[in-house]
Design a protein around this ligand. Structure first.
Ligand code: B12
Ligand code: SF4
Length: 495
């Protein structure tokens, strides 16, 4: 059957700009302009209204294909801002039985909510298939990147699940072309068949600014994301060349960095700013400035933004260890507003073991360059205390490093942010955890129970307990300044 119309269904997640469906629908429109497209966003409906809203949209638009886009599969991230981490730590480390019981109950409630959301999403997809059996069912998005096989098991018979970037796969689905060269999973006769992607999408050659006028027509709720100070996402590249042992982004996006053209990125930003009133941007790359190889293109991108004199404030996942004086200056002048620096540890041998590829002498120089370039935003320093090989001494070294960074920028500007290493499948850390016996070889990263959560967070003994306790105490006593208080507590305890 030739596909003439597509309804994109953005499945519910905590509210965030829906870049997946916007980039995808724009791409399809440019390559197959004859296709009639519509976007419906489940974020904007109450749980109770989702099914009705979807059925109404299908009846109104009568699409040939329903393309579900699913963002998060792991809502639990083991960081200080996540209440489920507090409940898990309190349950395991608190001496107060009342608090432990409360934590257990709250933890169970969160797990039930999480499982409920996953069930609701699958049930929407299955309901659409049951009620409208002639329509093609496609499902993709970040949730499928790491868990394609597990997710495809729960899709209806004949549905196609797409892992990772979707541009070439969706055109093949539209054209009815064989999908054997794409990262897809197809469920047939109860069995899931998996295929591998042969070639990544040529991002450079194919880059064009999103046609937001078209997007506003097919996505009536687009305006919801254009409120003042709403963070709109723009992608500037895909891929990251590093292989940090805990990170799965290379598996999702590839290790080769592929760029969008700098002038295209700036044109896209300009349209958003001038025609839609956007003033806040997140460059949604795995890594905005991966390495020195990227320097010319990253500089050119910032030049293009500066030349357009756009009133924007931007942020991104960003490494600064390879920053130059000129780049620091251009970042600041183009509107860099917030730095989130994932140093993970402040101890060089630990950072080396984690294969982060960062040297602290260069990192301190980079901090000084950012400061002299006039950077005045806040800085989140992501710290994964209790990484493999961590000791009391390495934690004290980390605290010392954080204090040195604070000396450069000023203590008030630094926010140490405690985020434990989460064990993601297909990473070296997962292999290590299995070898060490923390995890079973067949661990299910998607099974969230109070017991599995504990295993998926890397916080083993003997340091697990003092770190857990320091964190609980700081979360209770200093909710506005958790990171510094955890570090001070551990400094007292370990010195
Ligand atoms: C940037 C980013 C963020 C930024 C987003 C900033 C912003 N304003 O947009 C921030 C820091 C806020 C963030 C937060 C979180 N993130 Co995040 N984030 C990313 C990152 C690096 C890029 C996502 C992105 O925007 N890509 C650009 C868009 C265009 O690509 P895309 O969405 O993947 O869409 C493409 C394909 O998926 C596909 N596709 C999508 N839908 C469909 C549908 C069909 C039918 C088809 C054919 C194809 C298709 O085609 C699209 C175009 O190629 C990814 C990792 C990665 N490298 O992909 C993680 C990622 C998406 N995040 C993830 C998570 C878990 C989170 C958090 C829950 C973490 C937390 N607990 O705080 C929160 C959730 C936020 C929310 N409200 O939902 C996970 C999601 C999957 C999972 N494992 O659960 C990812 C994949 C990382 C990981 N750990 O695996 N994140
Ligand atoms: S630099 Fe960032 S995106 Fe790249 S592998 Fe390391 S953690 Fe992942």
């Amino acid at each position: 059957m030739a596909i003439k119309s597509i309804l994109y269904v953005r499945l519910k997640c905590p509210e965030i700009y829906p870049s997946s469906v916007i980039y995808l629908a724009d791409w399809v429109h440019k390559k197959r302009p004859e296709i009639d497209q519509q976007i419906i966003d489940m974020v904007l409906f109450d749980d109770i209204d989702e099914k009705r809203a979807l059925v109404d949209a299908i009846k109104t638009h009568e699409p040939d294909a329903i393309a579900f886009s699913w963002r998060n599969m792991q809502p639990f991230s083991p960081n200080e801002a996540d209440a489920s981490l507090y409940h898990a730590l309190t349950f395991y480390h608190s001496k107060n039985p009342i608090k432990r019981t409360q934590a257990a109950l709250s933890g169970i409630r969160m797990v039930l909510d999480y499982n409920d959301r996953v069930k609701r999403n699958f049930s929407l997809i299955n309901m659409a298939n049951r009620k409208f059996p002639k329509k093609k069912i496609w499902a993709g998005g970040p949730a499928f990147g790491l868990f394609l096989d597990i997710m495809a098991e729960r899709l209806p018979e004949g549905a196609v699940a797409i892992g990772g970037e979707g541009e070439s796969a969706i055109l093949k689905l539209i054209d009815g072309v064989d999908l054997v060269d794409e990262k897809v999973a197809i469920k047939q006769e109860g069995k899931v068949k998996l295929y591998k992607k042969k070639e990544y999408f040529p991002l450079w050659e194919e880059s064009t600014p999103v046609d937001f006028q078209y997007i506003s027509k097919i996505f009536p709720n687009f305006t919801n994301y254009l409120k003042k100070d709403y963070e709109v996402a723009i992608q500037t590249k895909r891929g990251c060349p590093y292989k940090c042992v805990f990170c799965a982004y290379g598996f999702i996006d590839g290790y080769k960095v592929r760029y969008r053209k700098p002038e295209v990125i700036a044109q896209e930003a300009e349209i958003l700013v001038k025609d839609f009133g956007v003033n806040k941007i997140w460059f949604c790359d795995s890594q905005f400035y991966p390495s020195r190889h990227s320097l010319p293109i990253v500089e050119k991108t910032l030049d293009e933004l500066i030349d357009r004199d756009l009133d924007i404030r931007w942020s991104s996942y960003l490494r600064i260890d390879n920053v130059t004086e000129t780049l620091a200056d251009k970042m600041v002048r183009s509107g860099l507003r917030h730095l989130r620096l994932s140093i993970t540890s402040g101890c060089q041998p630990i950072v080396d073991w984690l294969k982060i590829g960062m040297k602290f002498d260069k990192f301190f120089d980079a901090c000084r360059l950012m400061k002299s370039a006039g950077y005045e935003g806040t800085i989140n320093l992501d710290l994964s205390l209790n990484a493999p090989h961590e000791t009391k001494e390495t934690i004290l070294e980390t605290i010392d490093t954080v204090e040195r960074i604070a000396d450069i920028f000023g203590k008030d500007m630094i926010r140490p942010f405690i985020i434990f290493l989460a064990i993601q499948p297909r990473t070296t850390l997962a292999k290590y955890a299995i070898e060490k016996g923390y995890l079973k070889p067949d661990f299910n990263p998607l099974s969230l129970t109070p017991f599995s959560i504990r295993k998926l967070v890397h916080n083993p003994p003997p340091l697990g307990k003092p770190i857990g306790k320091a964190l609980i105490k700081s979360m209770e006593d200093h909710p506005d300044n958790i990171g510094w208080n955890v570090l001070e507590e551990l400094k007292r305890e370990f010195s």
